[in-house]
Unconditional design. Structure first.
Length: 184
């Protein structure tokens, strides 16, 4: 005969509460993990697309600064060479309302290699060819293109002689990469 212990449920009470708490913790953790993961994914995705947008804007500015080839006898459409209807050059005219005139960037040097790099940078970051799917392959492709675009931007900066704003230090007291050579 099998004897049932009337106190068995009382003796196993701790194990029952442990198992119930463990199960509830798993459910709550899974729910909280999904919410936290979604928030982190949105944040990281925004940062990546923001960086891609900055590079896209820089590529457009660089492309518009490339010198255009004018055919013989054709007038150039550069702001410094244009004259307004009254005969004054546009650089001498000042607005009466105190608003500032837009600043014109100088043209980039004529360089086939530079043009190729700018074209490649634009192709890497143009938004129509970027996939917004949430698959491992699409994410890896986007990350690869972003890294290649960042590298192209650095190459272009070197060829043009510009430095990106986050690389420029504001003064001797500003934190940043040290340019001091240590001698031993």
């Amino acid at each position: 005969m099998a004897s049932e212990d009337p106190f068995e449920d009382v003796l196993n009470l701790e194990e029952q509460f442990y198992q119930e708490g463990y199960r509830q913790g798993e459910e709550d953790g899974a729910r909280a993990g999904l919410v936290e993961g979604r928030g982190l994914g949105l944040e990281k995705g925004f940062q990546k697309f923001f960086e891609s947008g900055k590079l896209y804007g820089r590529a457009i500015v660089w492309a518009n600064r490339l010198p255009t080839t004018a055919k013989p006898g054709q007038q150039t459409n550069e702001p410094d060479n244009m004259e307004n209807q009254s005969g004054e050059s546009s650089a001498q005219k000042t607005p009466d309302d105190g608003a500032q005139q837009p600043e014109h960037l100088s043209a980039l040097p004529r360089n086939a290699r530079l043009e190729k790099h700018i074209t490649t940078l634009y192709a890497l970051v143009e938004s129509e060819s970027l996939s917004t799917e949430n698959t491992d392959e699409a994410v890896n492709d986007f990350d690869d293109r972003l890294k290649r675009a960042q590298g192209k931007a650095k190459v272009i900066e070197g060829l043009v002689g510009e430095r990106h704003a986050k690389d420029v230090t504001k003064g001797p007291d500003s934190p940043g990469p040290s340019k001091v050579k240590l001698e031993m």
